[in-house]
Structures are given as structure tokens and as C-alpha cells.
Design a protein around this ligand. Sequence first.
Ligand SMILES: *Cc1c(COP(=O)(O)O)cnc(C)c1O
Length: 387
Amino acid sequence: MLYLDHAATTATHPDVIDEMMPFFGELYANPSSSYEFGTDAKLMLEKARIRISDSIHCEPEEIFFTSGGTEADNWALVGAAEGCRKKGKHIITSCIEHHAVLRSCEYLASRGYEITYLPVDSEGFVHAGQLEQAIRPDTILISIMYANNEIGTIQPVDQLAEIARRHGILFHTDAVQAYMHQKIDVRELSVDMLSASAHKFYGPKGVGFLYVRKGSGIAPFLHGGGQERKQRAGTENVAGIVGMGKAVSLAEKNREATQKRILEMRNYLIEAIQRDIPYSRINGSIQQRLAGNVNVSFRFLEGESLIILLDMEGIYVSAGSACSSGEKTISHVLQSIGLPEEWARGTIRITLGEENTMEEIRFFVRRLGQLVSQLREFSDEYLYNKN
Ligand SMILES: *Cc1c(COP(=O)(O)O)cnc(C)c1O
């Protein structure tokens, strides 16, 4: 098996599993219980919180555990909308956000909020000037993702967040894809909220966090017990949170070396595709791009067919985006960057991870080239173009 879909999810690291196991067994106490058995569990939760807050340089009280990236995004959007309702009902986001943000915006639109969707350029960048122009006196929130999950484009978040700060508007960023790759320091970055998800950085699924800067005034999300300082009720996913804490320390410890290695493989892959496979194009920015991401379109074939052929050989890549691969429509991200349909249809997303090797990537790109040629033999248009 060759797994090249790390933007969809990553394997839980063995050290993370080791750290989690006791909490499925003997350490089953409820962290809210006041006896020692419970307070020990509580201590482990707080240890994880500190590991996370250290990683982005905020206070532990500014980290709220959630059930993952989707919940963190929903909370940021809905919580800010409710918390700032008196100030206004206008929200700005981009048209290439993850569905966790876009669908939350649609929900809010159905509740009377007004949403502006900023366009992006052909590489997927949001422009500061356009953000500035979209701001109104009743704008309460700006939500722009740190890095895109399909094409890997890294936004100029510092610049965009600075504009929000200057206008006194809350700024949220979905950093689910960026968190493990980028060194993030919220003391320098003017973001008020930031979402992350453990299973995108070798942690377990179903757990994530939302950073909320003190004094942001967002509304609580789940109502019930007093957990998470009364903002997010419900007995905590202790094992998951402890696992996420471990995954954070692993990511922190190895970040530079891992990034360098992944980048080398990624650059090799891009260059080999450009050199060896005709009628191909890389989508997104080459410079400001997540280390492991290769989003590539091939003309004269269907991306879905390519994925099936790769799948038959145990090679796993994604069609544009995991969320849109079930649907027949072209992904909203590829549409937004203006990719013509004849290219968009032949798009696959390859995302590398720390366990991949250069040898695997060399093998992969050779096989990819062969399968692309094989599929093109079925295209009249290709045969016509070739001759
Ligand atoms: C995966 C992903 C999410 C959703 O996170 P889950 O933990 O799977 O709910 C949100 N935003 C982006 C950019 C993602 O890649």
C-alpha cells in the first residue's frame, strides 16, 4: 500500500496510541469528579492543553477542546455571530473555505446574517485590497483559512488578520491543514480564533481544538455541564485529548526535519510530473504552498478513472478533495481559481506525509505517467491532438 492522501487524514502515530491506551482502560475516571482518581484525569487534560497552548504561544485558558475541525469551525462562526449580534450581522469569508466554514455561513445566512464571499486569484490567494473593500460598519467577523486543503495555497494570514484588527473585527482562521506544517505564533499573528484537528497531524480522529483569544466575546457552543469553562459542555474525550497533546509534541519536535524531507519529495514529484507527463498542470501557488501538497490536472482523462486505476494497485490519492469526490460537480476551489472544465475534470490531489520515502515517490511518478498514457488512449480528443 502507498498512502498519498495525508490531507484527508493521517495514521495515528504509535506513540500517540501508547499514550492514549490507559485512558480506555484503568484510567477511566471522569475528569470532573473531585476525588483523586478524577483529578488525575483532569491533570492529564490540562497537560495536553498546555502542550497545545505552548505550541501557538497563547494562554492555556484560550484553548477549547472540540470534537474536531468541523466543530471548531462551526463554533467560531456561530459563536462569533451570536456573540456580536448587537454590533452587526455581516460576515466576510472566502469562496475556497472548507465546507465546515462555508456551510456554517449558509446556515447563518438562513438566520438573517449577510455573508460576503471574497474571490481568489488563479493561485488561490485572497487579496488584502479586496478584503479591505468588503468591510462594512456592521462587519462582525472575517474567516479566512490559513492553508487550503485542496490546492495547498497558504494565505497571507498575517496581513489579512492585521486588517481585521485595525477595524476592530474578529478574525478566525481554519488552520486544520496548516497547523502541523507552519510555525504559528498568535502573539504576532492578529488572529482571534484558530481551528485545528488532531487527525490531520498523526493524532486520533474526533478531537480538535479552537483557540479563542481572551475577551473575544464569542457565545458558548454546547450547553450542559460546566466543562471547558462553561463554553463547551460534555464529558471530555480524555483519551483523544491526551493523544492530541502527544501528537502536538511530536509535530513540534520534528517539524523542521520533517518539513524539509517532505518538501524535497514534493518538489521532486512536481518537477517529474512537469517534465515527464505532457498536458499536465499544477494548481495553486508553487511558492506559498503546504509542503506535502501536489494538486495536478491532466487533460484528456477523468481524475476519477485515474484514482480507480491507482486504487487497484493499492495507491491512494484523492480526487480534488475528499469531501467533493462523491459528487460529480467540479470542486468549488477549482472553480474559484478559474480552472477550465476540461482541466478540472482530470484533477487529482496527492498529499505526502512523514512516512513516505523518496523511493516510493519515484515509483509513484513512474506508474502515474504510465496510467495517464493508458487512459488517454481512450480519448479521441487526445489522439486527435497528438497527431
Ligand atoms: C479536515 C478539515 C476540516 C475538518 O476537520 P475534521 O476534524 O475532519 O472535522 C476542516 N477544515 C479543513 C481545512 C480541513 O482540511
